[in-house]
Write a protein that binds this ligand. Structure first.
Ligand code: MG
Ligand code: ZN
Length: 223
C-alpha cells in the first residue's frame, strides 16, 4: 500500500516536471539542479559562478530551503535575481514547487537558472524538477565515503563538484580513493575540484556550464 502511494506521488511529480521542462525549453532557459548536504557551499558556488559568467549569460536562482530566506537575500544583495521556496519542513524540492517559482521569474530574460535544492543527499535524487542538468556538490569536510553511502544521487549526476579543496590539508579527504569510487558509480559525469573561498577551479566549472548552454542553444536552433 505504501509503495503504491509513493509511486502515485512520483508519477504526479514526473508529469509536472515534464511541464516545467517544456516551459524552460520554450524559453531557452537551462536549469541546473544543485544537490548537496547542508553547508557544502552551494550558495557560495552560485555567487562565484555568476561573478565569472555574468557578462556572457543572464543567470537567476531558485533557492530551496526548509525555512528562512537567508540565501535568497544574500544573492539579492549582490544583484542576482533569486526566488525563495520554503518547503515548510520538507526535505527536498518537488516539481510543483519549482512550477510556482517559475511563474514568478522573468523567463524571457534568463539563460541559466540554478535551482538550489534543499540540503540533503537522499530524496532530492528521486524528484525530477524538469532540469536540464543535475549537479552534486560535495565538500571535503564531509568525507570521501559519501558515494558509497548515497549511490543514487552520485550515479545520476551530470557533474560532481568537490568543494572546499582549500581545506584538504586539514580534513583527511582521500581524493584518489574518492575519485575511484565515484567513477565506479558514474563514468559519464564531469568532475571539478574547486574552492568557493579562494576561487580555485571555478573557471573550469564555469566553462563547463557555458559549454552546456551552447549545446542547448544548438539543440534549440535545430529543432
Ligand atoms: Mg545555500
Ligand atoms: Zn525529501
Amino acid at each position: 500500500m505504501e509503495i503504491k502511494v509513493l509511486k502515485d506521488i512520483l508519477n504526479a511529480n514526473n508529469q509536472i516536471a515534464e511541464q516545467n521542462r517544456q516551459l524552460l525549453t520554450s524559453k531557452h532557459v537551462m536549469a541546473i539542479n544543485l544537490m548537496s548536504s547542508p553547508g557544502s557551499g552551494k550558495t557560495t558556488l552560485i555567487m562565484r559562478t555568476v561573478e565569472q559568467l555574468k557578462s556572457r549569460a543572464r543567470i537567476a536562482v531558485i533557492e530551496g530551503d526548509v525555512s528562512s530566506s537567508i540565501d535568497a537575500e544574500k544573492l539579492g544583495q549582490v544583484g542576482i535575481t533569486a526566488v525563495q521556496i520554503n518547503t515548510g519542513g520538507g526535505c527536498h524540492l518537488d516539481a510543483s514547487m519549482v512550477n510556482s517559482a517559475l511563474a514568478s521569474l522573468p523567463l524571457d530574460d534568463i539563460d541559466i537558472l540554478f535551482i538550489e535544492n534543499v540540503g540533503n543527499l537522499i530524496c532530492p535524487g528521486g524528484f525530477d524538477l524538469g532540469e536540464y542538468l543535475r549537479v552534486v556538490i560535495l565538500s571535503t569536510p564531509e568525507g570521501d565515503d559519501k558515494p558509497h553511502k548515497y549511490p543514487l544521487l552520485f550515479s545520476q549526476a551530470n557533474a560532481l563538484v568537490v568543494n572546499k579543496t582549500d581545506l584538504l590539508p586539514h580534513v583527511g579527504f582521500d581524493m584518489e580513493a574518492f575519485v575511484r569510487v565515484f567513477q565506479g558509480l558514474n563514468q559519464q559525469a564531469a568532475l571539478f575540484k574547486v574552492s568557493g573561498i579562494t576561487g580555485d577551479g571555478i573557471e573550469d566549472w564555469g566553462e563547463w556550464v557555458m559549454i552546456n548552454l551552447q549545446k542547448l542553444r544548438t539543440q534549440n536552433s535545430t529543432r
